[in-house]
Design a protein around this ligand. Structure first.
Ligand SMILES: Nc1nc2c(ncn2[C@@H]2O[C@H](COP(=O)(O)OP(=O)(O)OP(=O)(O)O)[C@@H](O)[C@H]2O)c(=O)[nH]1
Ligand SMILES: [Mg+2]
Length: 200
């Protein structure tokens, strides 16, 4: 059963004029290309092929808006850091993301999706900075934890926690295949949308 039975895709935005009205509460998923954003969204919502997933990095190049319930939205942001795209395209993404974070008062929470094998990188910190400027709740999903041994996963978690400890960011392990951390991620999303972060 989905926690959001009414969830539906609404629109893709290539520029700021196409964003949905800035009202209600929104949670955005950001992360490096191929980190597992779309997979995480599908699994958290329990909807197969809801946000598209791809073996080809950089496939989600637009800002995708989903309605979850009345006044509650989820946003799949375009992945960053994919090397094999043109400079113009990279600048276009940066501008689109910049416009989004400059304007989005309804952004209640930001989920930064990080490949647990790579750890937190510079662009992830940039996203967290942008989210902090909007005073939204910040949560990091260390994805693909199934690809690490138990020991490696624990080490990846404590490394990320150490790195983010001064930044008011919560961090967890996550996997769409083993379902590690799924309940925790769902609780984080619900708390962000419901405005009761810290009580999840
Ligand atoms: N083993 C494993 N594979 C995963 C997991 N999450 C995602 N993947 C795989 O990683 C690849 C990329 O996943 P996506 O969800 O498309 O990544 P994305 O961050 O949305 O990528 P872009 O839209 O290109 O930015 C796909 O082949 C997924 O099947 C996970 O938890 N475990
Ligand atoms: Mg995607």
């Amino acid at each position: 059963m989905s926690l959001y039975p009414e969830a539906r895709f609404v629109t893709s935005a290539a520029r700021a004029a196409q964003f949905l009205p800035d009202e209600g509460a929104e949670v955005a998923f950001a992360g490096r290309s191929n980190a597992g954003k779309s997979s995480a969204i599908n699994t958290i919502l329990n909807r197969r092929d809801f946000a598209r997933t791809s073996k080809t990095p950089g496939r989600t190049q637009l800002i995708n808006f989903f309605a979850l319930a009345e006044g509650q939205r989820l946003v799949d942001l375009p992945g960053y850091g994919y090397a094999r795209v043109s400079k113009e395209m990279r600048e276009g993404w940066r501008e689109l993301l910049g416009d989004y974070f400059d304007s989005r008062q309804s952004l209640a929470g930001l989920m930064v999706v990080v490949d647990s094998r790579r750890g937190v990188l510079e662009f992830d910190l940039q996203m967290l900075d942008w989210g902090r400027a909007l005073d939204c709740q910040l949560h990091v999903l260390l994805t693909k934890a199934d690809k690490l041994s138990r020991q490696e996963a624990a080490a990846a978690l404590s490394a990320a926690q150490r790195e983010l400890q001064d930044l008011r960011v919560s961090v967890q392990l996550f996997s769409v295949t083993s379902k590690v951390g799924l309940d925790q991620a769902r609780a984080a999303l619900a708390a962000m949308l419901g405005g009761n972060w810290g009580h999840a």
